[in-house]
Ligand binder design. Structure first.
Ligand code: DX5
Ligand code: ZN
Length: 217
């Protein structure tokens, strides 16, 4: 069964609790929480105090996508603030420090994930795949919502699916960027099972219908 993870980057932050309750009632499986530091990506979004408040407002599974340099510095803090899964970019530090970040998350009983930017090849997952609960393949350049889906990521999604089936069948395969009712069919076909969607859900007049259409496309 495919999971849908609306990204609150496209929500109204002035009423975040109500926005997240709306997608929970609309059938969302996860809530995707985008953290940007203005260094790893050219934008700044939200961080630990907002996560702590959101944790008090919802029981939905929170999938934190850390677009920050040296995520080991903050991995524990995001776990303690209430993330259920902490996702770090493989480009954000050395292999040794990324592995240490995954260990730090697991030691606190939370799930851990790794993320690949569009320019990073599928084989970059190999040092981490046995430790990761989820692999996120970006289908836009990270930093902004509302961009167009990069169709040339489809072979990479299929290649990561191949590695997961071979080395860690329980691992989830998430995609993020430009996912809507049309592109969702393509990424599912390529092997993704967790679909992040920001603008396609939060800008829709009927969010429950948008979530359903992305899931069932
Ligand atoms: C981009 C973020 C995404 C973003 C997706 O850096 O990681 O999660 O919110 O937005 P859409 O679905 O609008 O492309
Ligand atoms: Zn994201």
């Amino acid at each position: 069964m495919v999971k849908v993870a609306p990204s609150i980057l496209s929500a109204d932050f002035a009423k975040l609790g109500a926005e997240v309750e709306d997608i929970r009632l609309g059938g969302a499986d996860y809530v995707h929480f985008d953290v940007m530091d203005g260094r790893f990506v050219p934008n700044i979004s939200i961080g630990i105090p907002v996560l702590r408040s959101l944790r008090r407002a919802t029981d939905l599974f929170i999938d934190a996508h850390l677009m920050i340099l040296e995520p080991i510095r903050y991995a524990e803090a995001f776990c303690k603030a209430g993330a259920d899964l902490v996702n770090v970019h493989v480009e954000a530090d050395s292999e040794e420090n990324i592995l240490a970040a995954l260990d730090a998350v697991r030691a606190l009983g939370k799930k851990c994930g790794i993320t690949l930017k569009p320019g990073t090849p599928a084989e970059a997952v190999l040092p981490y795949i046995e430790k990761a609960d989820l692999i996120l393949v970006m289908t836009v350049e990270p930093g902004f919502g509302g961009q167009s889906f990069m169709h040339d990521m489809l072979p990479k999604i299929a290649a990561v699916r191949g590695y997961i089936d071979r080395y860690h069948p329980g691992c989830e395969l998430e995609v993020d960027g430009g996912i809507d009712a049309e592109t969702s069919a393509l990424v599912k076909e390529a092997g993704a099972n967790v679909l992040v969607a920001g603008s396609a859900v939060f800008k829709a007049a009927d969010r429950a219908a948008a979530i359903r259409d992305i899931r069932n496309a």
